[in-house]
Ligand binder design. Sequence first.
Ligand code: SF4
Length: 376
Amino acid sequence: MLLYSHTRLKTFEQCPLQYKLKYLDSIPEPVENIEVFLGKRVHEVLEQLYRTLEPEKPPRLKELLATYRAAWEEQWNSNVRIVRRDAARLYFSYGEKCIQHFYNTFVPFNQSATLHLEHRLEFPLDETGTRGIQGYADRISVRTDGVYEIHDYKTGRRALTQKDADSDRQLSLYEIGFRGFQPAAKKIELVWHCLGVGVTLRSHRTPGQRARIRQSAQELIDHIERQSQFPANKTRLCDWCAYRSICPAWTTHGTSRPWYWSSRSSSHESAAIKAPPHTDSHAIKTTQSTSRPWYWSWGSSAHESAAIEAPHYADSHPIRTTHGTSRPWYWSSGSSDRKSEGIEATHHTASHPIWYWLGRLSRKLYVWLTSTNRPR
Ligand code: SF4
């Protein structure tokens, strides 16, 4: 049985080229967007919460936040790409907020009994069994009134509307899969936790709705399998596409430049071509001098606001981060190469060392002393 998932179908709907790169060519994603990284860490904390839950003794919020912080530090890696203008520290805080909202809404977490966590569901779409759907439900539980619940944690900044919930394909497919696995489940409620805003939405599917969803998923798969061309679909969602740095829609000549080209100079362009696609946006990560994520070296909220105002690559760009007298953060490593890069990137005045000016002065003095026109 060839398996599809909701994410795979959604990827095709958003951009056929991205679908091809990911699922047909199996090209590993060169980067991981920080939204994805954050979502994984929050999901891990909530999974652990229910996995280790003792009904008489629910965990304290600060314990959950400590788990989150430890997971963030441990999993942070140089492939994490920041797309939005916010600094990574703000993403970290946003994840904390998601956990706080969930905690404050559901403590002591006894609204239903957990049956499954990160539960894999798989089922055939039709009687031939050649195509199927697979997916992972965040949590499945049952209430004391006998109603089963399929939960989905959302860490996106936009809250779903009830209309979104009522037409959501992902949990509908999970419900179809769960009904095949648990025929005793008569009533099933689909539950979305919009963690960033602390909103919980619930919805149901009738047998007729489930049949239509199954049918439309089958038709979409048939449509995908008939395709011979997978054109790029350039939209604002490209900012979140892990393949953007290698996408022809962004890198072919004469059209728009790849996002990491911040300069018009030809030398910068060739440097960008030679460099790994995400290099200049991640220059920031190459200067780590401790085991802590780089962004924790920023202590002041003023720096955080500056990062928000700046373009998304600005916090790693030497020209944009060097303000007159104070040294840029990346000079902390002490590397002479970095220092000279910094000198060229900043505008002479405050950043040139004294010997530079002494050298210039002595050369001028020599020219004047050896000049035949000088007064004697
Ligand atoms: S960058 Fe945009 S157009 Fe290119 S593959 Fe990704 S989503 Fe598609």
